[in-house]
Design a protein around this ligand. Structure first.
Ligand SMILES: *Cc1c(COP(=O)(O)O)cnc(C)c1O
Length: 396
């Protein structure tokens, strides 16, 4: 067994179920382990490496910044975070950006901003946030309470109060849950961890309407589905709706740790000097990488490839479903976040694919989740489907 595996198993908290593979190199959609074996990556570090591994533009931007200036503090100004903030606001509904280092932190910032909003509300303080069943918003105390999944919350009582859960894609249940204490609705436009759940075409529009009528903030967690994953820069663009607050992380830094909370001016004004902070937030190296990611997504043909390959992969998966109806219940998703719902457990299929050189993920027990880099090619999609077909055949 490799030294990395021994050291990890001996010295790192056992918070992750890991496969016994140690990776040493990546390029595009390929990864190599320490024995020199090559794998096709349909996970992308969980929707992080959207441009593939070691994209030259990201490597160049980060390396150049690393050699010039690594860190100062947010008492001062630096060019990369200024540039990335301008890019993000220019290409979204938002007027202002708060930078942090992860998805959970971005959601913490959003929830703190929602508190400010609720506490300043006419008619008395409001502090309840409605979130969705099967959601995922992070593992910190506030985001854990926002995440309506018993298995994530188990053993951490008492949870932070002030969260109410309703089923995803059920407008009537949401409307019924709104009361005089509600200040915000927070949801993923497409649920990732919950099983690649895509809402009905008009659901988010109705949610937006309800928020407007009741004076609630609408918060979209685009940590997983933002940054081009669905074939548009932000997933909510598919639904013709804009939120008041949006959170980003995962793919934002091209593999470097970077998160952001974005808001419209009206809401952003509620944060003033001292309201919130992060030592590393907007770090020059991470944001320089983020600028390169934005340029590639917008000008490098990556969104177009994501849309085309997303449709192609979805077709191929639906073909598989038709040929193996005993194993596959349905296929769903948008762009290059696709889910294949199996009739049985996904774990043996994932294990067989891995043994055959394909990295796939299973979420919510029975949903195979496809998150290839957005630069994936037709030949690589074909290779994925051939391996998956063999794995399904062996499992059935
Ligand atoms: C991954 C994820 C998070 C948490 O991000 P971390 O960087 O792990 O804190 C939050 N929301 C969604 C939708 C995610 O997929």
């Amino acid at each position: 067994m490799s030294r990395s595996i021994e050291q990890t198993d001996a010295h790192i908290f056992k918070t992750y179920g890991r496969f016994p593979i140690a990776f040493v190199r990546g390029e595009g959609a390929w990864l190599w382990d320490d024995a020199g074996r090559r794998y096709l990556d349909f996970l992308s570090g969980i929707a992080v490496c959207n441009l593939g591994h070691c994209h030259p533009a990201v490597v160049r931007a980060a390396t150049e910044q690393l050699e010039r200036l690594v860190h100062v503090s947010n008492f001062f100004y630096t060019a990369p975070q200024a540039e990335l903030a301008e890019q993000l606001t220019r290409h979204s509904f938002a007027d202002r950006v708060f930078f942090c280092n992860s998805g959970a932190e971005a959601n913490e910032a959003a929830l703190k901003l929602a508190r400010r909003y609720g506490n300043a509300a006419a008619g008395g303080p409001r502090s309840e946030v409605i979130t969705m069943q099967a959601s995922f918003h992070g593992r910190t105390f506030a985001t854990l309470a926002a995440t309506a999944q018993a298995k994530v919350q188990e053993g951490f009582a008492p949870l932070m109060p002030g969260f109410v859960y309703v089923p995803f894609n059920d407008f009537d249940a949401l409307q019924a849950a709104v009361n005089a204490r509600t200040c915000a609705v927070m949801l993923e436009p497409i649920q990732g961890e919950g099983g690649v759940n895509v809402p009905d075409a008009d659901y988010l529009k109705r949610v937006r309407g309800l928020c407007d009528r009741a004076g609630l903030l609408l918060i979209f967690d685009e940590v997983q589905v933002g940054m081009g994953r669905t074939g548009r820069l932000f997933a909510h663009e598919h639904f013709g709706v804009t939120p008041d607050i949006m959170t980003l992380a995962k793919a934002l830094g091209g593999g470097l740790p970077l998160g952001a909370m974005l808001a419209s001016q009206r809401v952003a004004d509620l944060f003033t000097p001292g309201s919130h902070a992060s030592t590393f937030g907007g770090n020059p190296v991470a944001t320089a990488a983020g600028c390169a990611v934005m340029r590639e997504l917008l000008d490098g043909g990556v969104l177009e490839n994501c849309r085309a390959m997303g449709l192609y992969l979805q077709d191929r998966l639906e073909e598989l479903q038709k040929r193996r109806p005993e194993a596959v219940a349905c296929v769903r998703g948008r762009g290059l976040i696709l889910g294949m719902e199996l009739r049985g457990s996904g774990k043996p299929v994932v294990d067989r694919c891995l043994a055959d050189g394909l990295i796939l993920n299973c979420t919510a027990d029975r949903i195979l989740r496809f998150l290839p880099p957005l630069i994936i090619t037709r030949a690589q999609v074909d290779e994925c489907c051939a391996i998956l077909d063999r794995a399904l055949g062996a499992a059935g």
